[in-house]
Design a protein around this ligand. Structure first.
Ligand SMILES: [Zn+2]
Length: 217
């Protein structure tokens, strides 16, 4: 590769990694795919190639699904879950137990708990955990919304289902202090969440056990 070649605008390592050979549209597609979680340049190339070989069957439906989701999906004003309706499907479900709110770090954790079918109450998505390293402070977490939901009076228990990380534990302690004056029962998920573990990578059985063995915070 010589200076002045068409790929010179990209950082040299990035361009080399992608192995550019098919025009700017393909480069752009692979570059965007490579930024997705779990994807690197190699899997981005494979995914792009698969789609490009069957544009009608694979690519156009995906493009339409992406546009539809981007247009329709928003965070639920009550709990922070992502849904195309607001309040979200879970908050709007009158068969769910409205006295128990399970607090999770992110929507991925909510999805994991729903997949495992271990919680029939409502959720509250914090949007992160306190982290001195990442500069995430209390004002960055969705706690005002949680306190106002509790103030409405239906909630009797708040389950803190945060990951077993230092930041998760710090956040759980801090939240417990914030929630204590409300008088609700505060519990934390119990055994089975390995140290350093995030909730959304646990299998359904482990998640169920963690929720069943919750203990007072
Ligand atoms: Zn909701």
């Amino acid at each position: 590769m010589t200076p002045g070649a068409p790929v010179a605008a990209l950082p040299p390592m990035f361009a080399l990694e992608l192995g550019i050979m098919g025009g700017p549209e393909i480069d752009h597609l692979i570059g965007l795919l490579a930024k997705l979680p779990g994807m690197g340049p190699r899997s981005a190339r494979r995914a792009a190639l698969k789609m490009l070989q069957q544009p009608e069957a694979r690519m156009l439906p995906l493009a339409a699904a992406l546009a539809d989701a981007a247009r329709a999906v928003r965070p639920c004003a009550d709990c922070g879950n992502l849904d195309s309706q607001d309040p979200c499907t879970i908050c709007a479900d009158t068969t769910r137990d409205r006295s128990v709110i399970c607090v999770v770090e992110g929507v991925g954790d909510l999805w994991a708990l729903e997949r495992a079918m271990v919680h029939r109450g409502l959720y509250h998505v914090l949007g992160g955990t306190l982290s001195a390293l990442s500069g995430i402070g209390p004002e960055d977490l969705n706690t005002v919304g949680l306190l106002s939901r509790i103030a409405e009076g239906d909630v009797t228990e708040v389950i803190l289902a945060l990951g077993a990380t230092v930041d998760g534990a710090t956040t759980a302690h801090w939240l417990t202090d914030q929630l204590r004056p409300t008088g609700v029962t505060i519990t934390r998920v119990g055994q089975g969440v390995p140290m350093g573990g995030a909730l959304d990578v646990l299998d359904d059985g482990t998640l169920a056990a963690a929720l069943r063995t919750r203990r007072s915070a």
